[in-house]
Design a protein around this ligand. Structure first.
Ligand SMILES: Cc1ncc(COP(=O)(O)O)c(C=O)c1O
Length: 338
């Protein structure tokens, strides 16, 4: 069993360039730090989640009773795991491992559905067993960076089943064409989002869940009172403003062009896996453990692949950075592969 609780931050060390964690460089921006500082100054009282719920509801065209602010996407996975009793839970892999870890920690058996590398790790809705009453997948998916068509994901929703779609990276895709966060009420659909990546707020712990009111209220029952802090709630409101959305949209467009630069610079010995659409790319290299160690020795931290079910030590996940950084990394990788 791979270590489901290994995360990219464990690859970091002083002096290494961080290509292991997919948080946007240069974030949080100064205006958001101001918002947070003011919220810290206003933190003598207990947090009031109502303005954040209203802001998120308006952003996604939902009712406030369909919104639950959470201490990061990670808290949403745990709340769901504690709120439900699935008979047959299926987690689609390779994928971010916290949802599976949360389900197991709550005592639920979990089955893995491994997507096919020959098919570029694309979702095949027909491969999901009909009697699964909980299905979990990410879109776009960490670590493959694959963006599944929204229609294929939506096809998995049905009465009697909870469909958890982890959209922590949805805002890295310009226009979010495949997101299911908007109105439309598919049965049992729970969308989880995060402010961590685009806004550089991994340490603040802020995200939210969108879903049917009865499921949202069952998750809220499991949530410790005041678990989302006043600064985190202020970030939810501030990052839902038109100016913030425009900034995030620009960041997603810049990212797409930076990703093209990274892909163009990678040496031929690095095989790109899947069709990357998010803020990282997955590559496959011969003798990946040696390559990762040699990259560390030359100053680069990349995310190891073997802790993701379905991947191996030959898979490495690389964050998309500015083109100069990507080109320097590609040269270092070429030297290691030679
Ligand atoms: C796909 C995915 N979902 C969720 C998370 C966790 O997000 P948060 O920081 O909001 O808990 C991560 C963090 O790496 C992730 O990669």
């Amino acid at each position: 069993m791979p270590d489901l609780r290994h995360h990219g931050d464990e690859e970091l060390a002083p002096g290494l360039v961080d290509l292991a964690v997919n948080v946007r460089a240069g974030a949080p921006p100064a205006w958001l730090l101001d918002v947070l500082q003011q919220a810290v100054a206003a933190s003598a009282g207990y947090p009031d989640a109502r303005p954040a719920r209203e802001a998120i509801a308006t952003l996604h065209g939902r009712g406030p009773d369909e919104v639950l602010p959470t201490a990061g996407a990670a808290e949403a996975f745990t709340l769901l795991a504690r709120a439900v009793r699935p008979r047959r839970a299926i987690v689609v892999h390779p994928s971010f491992t916290e949802p599976e870890a949360a389900l197991r920690a709550a005592g639920h058996p979990v089955e893995r559905l491994l997507l096919d590398p020959a098919d570029g790790y694309r979702l095949d809705p027909a491969a999901v067993p009909d009697d699964a009453d909980l299905v979990v997948l990410g879109n776009p998916t960490n670590p493959t960076s694959v963006l599944h068509p929204g229609g294929d994901v939506a096809a998995l929703a049905r009465p009697g089943r909870i469909l958890l779609v982890d959209e922590a990276f949805a805002d890295t895709v310009p226009g979010e064409p495949e997101s299911l966060a908007g109105p439309g009420a598919l049965p049992g659909l729970l969308v989880v989002r995060s402010l961590t990546k685009t806004w550089g707020l991994a340490g603040l712990r802020v995200g939210y869940a969108l879903g049917p009111p009865d499921l949202i209220s069952a998750m809220r029952e499991q949530q410790p009172h005041w678990s989302v802090s006043t600064p985190a709630l202020a970030a939810l409101v501030a990052c839902s403003s038109p100016a913030a959305l425009a900034e995030a949209a620009q960041a997603a467009r810049d990212l797409a062009s930076h990703r093209r630069e990274l892909l163009a610079a990678l040496p031929p010995g690095a095989q790109v896996v899947g069709r990357p659409r998010s803020s990282f790319v997955l590559i496959r290299v011969p003798d990946g453990a040696r390559v990762r160690r040699a990259l560390r020795e030359s100053g680069w931290a990349v995310r190891r692949g073997e802790t993701f079910p379905g991947l191996s030590a030959d898979h490495l996940r690389i964050a998309v950075r500015d083109p100069a950084t990507s080109r320097a990394f590609a040269s270092a990788l070429a030297a290691v592969l030679r």
